[in-house]
Ligand binder design. Sequence first.
Ligand code: ZN
Length: 226
Amino acid sequence: MTTHRRPMFPNLHASAASGRLLRMRYSNAVMSERTNSILELFECTGGYLRGHFLLTSGLHSPEYLQCAVVLQYPEQAARLGANLAEALALAVGPRKVSLVASPALGGIVIGHEVARALGARAVFTERDAAGAMTLRRGFRVEPGEAAVVIEDVVTTGGSTREVIQVLRAAGAEVLAAGSIIDRSAGKADVSVPRVALATLDVVTYRPEECPLCRAGIPLLKPGSRR
Ligand code: ZN
């Protein structure tokens, strides 16, 4: 099947073949034009890693999408932010969003770019010594302020839910949440409307059934969480 579409990232010359390869590898991916464009961007910038990865869920996977690798290119980060802002605008409706909040570290760059596109300000939450998500550094939330939460990757939605709680406790009204990648196949429930630029159902194995473990391939932990 051949389709004609306007490339989301026109200055990147992803081959159709590499896109097809990705689509085959992500055999369970929830495919859309937008998901294909995003996967091509990860492929072009080297953010699509292959190997043997330990996910935060404890499961093992032969592939990993490393957002930081893509976001190191400011022009691509800005495009992703603009695309996410566009998707959020549809979810939020006519309300003007004035605050974008993201969990550190992974959400900071993309949150800042989404805020730029929305004409909002960007803050981030971080964990205190006890591991609780908090707003620090003098960041303030106005009572009733319209906010969205932005992450790089949503897997279970846990971090997004924590940021939503922090914002609500500070008096904000959280209208929606968004991420570049949704690894939950659309299933993560964060209690507000949620958008993602690429929705995937990533191939995973339980450690005891993992063919990569059996093959003796070293296990890597690519994420940021300890
Ligand atoms: Zn394994």
